[in-house]
Design a protein around this ligand. Structure first.
Ligand code: ATP
Length: 301
């Protein structure tokens, strides 16, 4: 993957931003077999973000004309809110994130960030405003410092260190023989899954985007590491707007709002408590997951 994008290096920082977005998205959504069909409108202005709200306004989208995935979807994430998107497998949760990154344009409806239709602004400025922490981050065969600083062209050593500290990477870096200058190996092989994810978090902190997309299913990690990483992610999300794509429910009870997606529509929305009281799809999913957790615990006893 890195090799595929290498020639773009010469084209400077703008392309670097796009490339970072592509690499992270590729990792998150296994996008590489997907053609990127979207172009900047001629003379498109840059996205300007003062208050990072995200709005879906009657969005209809399908990857193929004969199969609609999102059907007139509308929701609003006010600036600074933390929302979670839940729903059955295949409901279209990751599709929402792909549309926010503008890997595709909706067939109808609009997506607005801070009031600006994302199809009218440059993709470079859009992707610069978005941070993503994928489950399986792509690391380069370079030093851990380089991998963190990759979040933003020209990041200073101080910024890299601050980000490493905030992502709780310092205990690891202190242990490494050459600290920040230690090579991580091909695809970060010398690091554990949790450590790689912390590098991705630190990279996002260096980028400092106003909007975060989080993929919270940290299935590759043990429960304790997962809890630690989630705590770090939630700290990172403070002072930003965040959308979490939650494949499991246990991690999202604290969200400001939960959107329950079903069959391409918003079936329910509310806080965890409101949705449990509503006793609909969310309550059903929650009960099922609790039962599964209990069964796992009993089997372990
Ligand atoms: P999960 O929780 O299982 O990850 P999800 O809610 O995130 O599911 P999406 O990845 O958004 O689901 O997929 C929604 C639907 O779109 C699925 O039926 C999927 O098969 C289909 N889909 C996803 N990507 C493509 C693509 N590139 N081309 C065609 N169909 C696609």
């Amino acid at each position: 993957l890195a090799q595929l994008f290498r020639p773009l290096d010469m084209l400077g920082m703008v392309y670097r931003t796009i490339r970072q977005g592509l690499i992270d998205m590729a990792a998150m959504f296994k996008l590489m077999d997907t053609a990127i069909e979207v172009r900047d409108a001629p003379g498109a202005p840059a996205l300007v973000v003062h208050r990072p709200s995200v709005v879906f306004d009657n969005v209809t989208f399908g990857y193929e004309p004969e199969r609609t995935i999102l059907r007139g979807l509308s929701f609003e994430v006010p600036a600074g809110n933390h929302v979670a998107i839940v729903g059955p497998s295949g409901a279209g949760k990751s599709t929402i994130a792909r549309l926010i990154f503008r890997f595709y344009d909706p067939q109808s409806g609009r997506i607005l960030i801070d009031g600006q239709d994302i199809s009218t602004v440059t993709q470079a400025s859009l992707r610069a405003a978005l941070g993503i922490v994928p489950q399986d981050s792509v690391l380069f065969n370079d030093t851990i410092g380089y991998n963190i600083g990759y979040g933003r062209h020209g990041a200073s050593q101080q910024e890299i260190e601050d980000a490493a500290r905030a992502a709780a990477l310092m205990p690891l870096i202190d242990r490494l023989p050459q600290h920040f200058d230690t090579e991580v190996g091909e695809r970060g092989l010398k690091l554990s899954g949790g450590e790689k994810q912390r590098v991705a978090i630190a990279r996002t902190l260096v980028k400092n985007p106003p909007i975060l997309l989080l993929d919270e299913a940290t299935s590759a990690l043990d429960t304790r590491t997962e809890q630690d990483i989630l705590a770090t992610l939630h700290r990172v999300a403070e002072n930003r707007t965040s959308l979490s794509i939650a494949h499991r429910l246990s991690t999202i009870a604290e969200s400001d709002r939960i959107f329950v997606l079903n069959d391409g529509r918003l079936a329910e929305q509310g806080t965890h408590t409101e949705l449990l009281r509503h006793d609909g799809l969310y309550a059903e999913m929650w009960a099922r997951q609790q039962a599964e957790n209990d069964a796992i615990e009993q089997a372990a006893e």
